[in-house]
Design a protein around this ligand. Sequence first.
Ligand code: ZN
Length: 373
Amino acid sequence: MSSAPVSASLKLFVFLCCWQLLLSPYAEAAVVLQYHHIDDHSPRSTSTSPALFRQHLEHIQQQGFKVVPLPQLVASLKAGEALPDRTLAITFDDGYLSVFTEAFPLLRERRWPFTVFVNTKPIDEGWNQFVSWDQLREMAKHGASIANHTVTHDHLVRRRPDESEEHWQDRVWQDVYQAEQRITQETGQAHRLLAYPYGEYDPELLQLLNGKRFTAFGQHSGALPSSAGWQSQQALPRFPMGGDYGTLDDFRLKVATLPLPLVGVSQYDIVRGKWRGEEHPLIHPNAEGELMAPRLRLTLADASVATRLTCFVSGQGKALMNRRETTVEVTSARPLSPGRQRFNCTAPAGKGRFYWFSRPFVSTDAEGNWLPE
Ligand SMILES: [Zn+2]
């Protein structure tokens, strides 16, 4: 048989397939939700009331989202597989007791998978606000993935006074590795999935975890880009749902978001005076003792998205934006306030949906000290 007809039909298939992808920006959208407490009486900023959580789940069900285990979602991303639109993963950080008492019964009813990122120290020490290993095993029997949130829940990016880089690396890796060991000993699971305590990371941490083949999530919002070369698999976004971030209106908008169609992101390196591809989330005072506003350069796949893009800086309102065709430079009018801050960028994507992208920053005060927490 001649190969010509095969080749022609293959060309037609590739043409139709890729054309379809171009026409359908929704073909590869996945969102990861991040909860802490599902409780009316815990600290508001990290809590979702059980009644509201139930409403979230009802919306997910009504809208036909496909709820998948986070390890499976990550494996698809790594394999470069196209994800069905409205793919969703549900995660809980810290392993609070209310995940077992409030969230688990509602999720089990629906046979939906979910992931609990645990700190192993409070569980090993039997702190009463936290789940036990028995409760985690019970949830695991019904589709829960148990993943890593370190042993201690430290600020991993904070070096100790006079600590060498080698010592820092060793200390941080032990915090991650020992949690992974405990999870495997107690549940038999080993996903190499980490949620950064406080969502804080820096380039050295991304590199360390990449070398150890860990995938890691922050707490900056946004839809997951599939196979995006510009985004580190150690700095993946999730939508925090605690406090005001999880109101039903916000929830409806956020679960339906799409990844901003980006070709590249670079950040201005103030010390070296040039644009660089990697993320630099930590803001320290410069040699003159000033805190400088971060600058990002987003290169979009489409100039029409660039014109529709709006960016906000936490605590400051609208960001300063400078657009040139497919490129948008984004900065803040003033230096960021000390603590965790975000640049959040959105653009209408049609049919009431939004593209969403965010970058997290952690700034010291003007003296170079971290905020006490
Ligand atoms: Zn946490």
